[in-house]
Design a protein around this ligand. Structure first.
Ligand SMILES: NC(=O)C1=CN([C@@H]2O[C@H](COP(=O)(O)OP(=O)(O)OC[C@H]3O[C@@H](n4cnc5c(N)ncnc54)[C@H](O)[C@@H]3O)[C@@H](O)[C@H]2O)[C@H](O)CC1
Ligand SMILES: [K+]
Length: 540
């Protein structure tokens, strides 16, 4: 499933109408119909109506002549519903007008609430206005006629869509505020009015929807916070624009679903292992991590790597840690790289790491690493001197942020960076708020500019590749915001790389699995808040 910007949506819209010849009004009709279907589905859930055949013919005799109604637009308790349709001036309003007609056909009472005088509508929206008038749909104009939102059972927000610019003004702003404070269930057409469709920023005011019926393609803003919170449950519905147009039109952002992992990224989700395989077949991770005070970070990464399926893990660590770690994970191999009396790292460890890396498939650096003297030179030596993929996390990202690493020799093997928003802010020399403003664009820009695969962690983790593709994760939950969860992810991604997945596959599948394991751990504990990082490893 693709994620698009408003500009890309306009292009796709234009392509469909001009090149393929599907009339704009047909797309708007489809939009109206699917919006109405989702409202009917919502009313059914609310009314507790089961999945009974709406035409009720299961009661009929065996040989009876059977006729079924259009189930998607049939509602038994329609008479108890009255929906207000908030209509804006553009095509989003046109979608609302079309939806109103379909709702009316189900028996739901509708009232059109024009934000602007209906005479100001144009194009397809004006056509919809005229059809609605010809059908006698009741209509009021905001500011001119009496309106009491308490008199409805639900509100369709068809005020502003992808053509909106800036904060809602005038009647739009007043209607949005009134809808939000009405306490009524709100369904948004395409996007909540007041949302920036690209970044997910919410203007003041912005509709708070229970359901958003997103048309044709997911808009990026619906997956980015705070917009993702304002959209409620997002349903993406087709309206006749072929999805094959998306890559042709330069769309490079995907929702990270099993289908995308399999068909687009070529990941073998079944993770078949050869009957002839042995521990050497599944790769060897070298992990440079942990100090005496943060030994747990290294242990979590190392154990996660093992659980994610690689054959062997060597954990390189300061000598002082060794006695504490021995026996805590007997499956691990430990490598003493010297270090200071207080169990911290020394830059001199680089020669041993370079030696060890020759026999290993991946080098993962960072969890619990801390900072130490000449650490930027240390990291540069590893960057330039190792002949395997690198995964760089945690403190190693802070080292990278201090280094002018674009001037370092380019690597033959890929680099994956796994920052959380604070680390990303340091890498990009901006504030955390600026990172969060439009995570997708930022991650894509950084990955391309620096030639790295970037995993920007957080709600809906973004994976961006140097080639310009991006994947937005769908798995996981807020309970995974717990110490060590990131260290677990580093272990998983490194493990997948060691098993031969390429960097985009390892980063995307690793993030997906990590979230899935977090979900399973939460189910096992019966509460997302109760899970700790070790639970995610055990759930893998
Ligand atoms: N995806 C498709 O192919 C289809 C989408 N449809 C729907 O069309 C809208 C986009 O329609 P558009 O006419 O371009 O823009 P809007 O309806 O979002 O609104 C533009 C309209 O609103 C006024 N306006 C803009 N910004 C503000 C503001 N901040 N405050 C007040 N008023 C504002 C301005 O005057 C414009 O006239 C898309 O989201 C879908 O819902 C098609 O129906 C089917 C095909
Ligand atoms: K809307």
């Amino acid at each position: 499933m693709y994620l698009v910007t408003a500009e890309q949506m306009r292009r796709l819209d234009g392509e469909t109408i001009q090149r393929l010849g599907i009339p704009a009004i047909a797309l708007m009709e489809n939009a109206g119909r699917v919006i109405a279907e989702e409202i009917v589905a919502l009313c059914r859930r609310r009314g507790g109506e089961g999945c009974r055949n709406a035409a009720g013919w299961e009661d009929a005799g065996k040989d009876a002549f059977q006729v079924s109604a259009d189930h998607a637009l049939t509602l038994d308790n329609a008479a108890t519903e009255r929906w207000f349709i908030l209509v804006g001036k553009g095509n989003n309003g046109g979608d609302g007008l079309a939806a109103a007609r379909y709702l009316r056909e189900t028996g739901i009472a509708v009232t059109l609430v024009y934000a602007v005088p209906p005479e100001s509508l144009s194009g397809e929206a004006a056509l919809q206005r005229d059809v609605a008038a010809a059908m006698g749909l009741p209509a009021v104009v905001y500011g001119r006629d009496r309106l009491d939102l308490a008199e409805c059972s639900g509100i369709l927000d068809a005020l502003l869509g992808t053509g909106a610019a800036g904060a809602p003004r005038g009647a739009y702003a007043e209607l949005i505020a009134a809808a939000n404070s009405s306490g009524k269930v709100i369904v948004s057409a395409d996007i909540p009015s007041g949302l920036n469709a690209d970044t997910g920023e919410t203007h003041e005011p912005c509709i708070h929807a229970s359901v958003t019926v997103c048309l044709a393609f997911l808009k990026r803003g619906l997956l980015q916070y705070p917009g993702a919170g304002a959209a409620g449950h997002v349903k993406v519905r087709a309206i006749g624009i072929p999805s094959s147009l998306a890559p042709e039109s330069g769309v490079q952002v995907h929702l990270l679903t099993p289908e995308v992992l399999h068909a687009h990224l070529g990941v073998d989700m079944a993770r078949r292992r050869s009957p002839e395989g042995h521990k050497g077949t599944y790769g060897h991770v070298l992990l440079a991590a942990g100090t005496l005070r943060m030994s747990g970070a290294g242990l979590l990464s190392a154990r996660a790597a093992l659980r994610a399926g690689c054959g062997l893990v060597t954990w390189a660590l300061p000598q002082k840690l060794l006695p504490c770690i021995i026996g805590s994970a007997p499956e691990l191999m430990l490598a003493d790289v010297g270090g200071n009396e207080d169990g911290t790292w020394q830059a001199g460890s680089v020669s041993e790491l370079l030696r060890l890396s020759k026999e290993r498939d991946v080098l993962a650096i960072g969890p619990g690493l801390g900072r130490f003297e000449a650490d930027t030179e240390w990291l540069r030596n590893l960057w330039e001197g190792t002949d395997c993929p690198l995964v760089i996390d945690a403190d190693a990202l802070n080292i990278l942020a201090d280094a002018d690493y674009k001037s370092w020799a380019s690597r033959r093997h890929p680099v994956i960076l796994t920052p959380h928003p604070g680390e990303m802010a340091r890498l990009a020399s901006i504030t955390t708020a600026e990172v969060q403003r439009d995570r997708i664009s930022l991650a894509m820009g950084y990955a391309k500019e620096h030639g790295v695969t970037l995993v920007l962690k957080g709600a809906h983790t973004v994976i961006a590749t140097p080639e310009g593709q991006a994947y937005v994760n769908t798995t996981g939950h807020p309970g995974m915001g717990t110490g060590g969860a990131g260290d677990v992810l580093t272990g998983i991604i490194s493990s997948l790389l060691a098993q031969g997945l390429n960097e985009a596959q390892a980063a995307a599948f690793g993030v997906y699995l990590h979230g899935l394991a977090g979900e399973r751990a939460a189910r096992q504990r019966n509460n997302p808040a109760a899970i700790i990082a070790g639970d995610i490893i055990e759930a893998l």
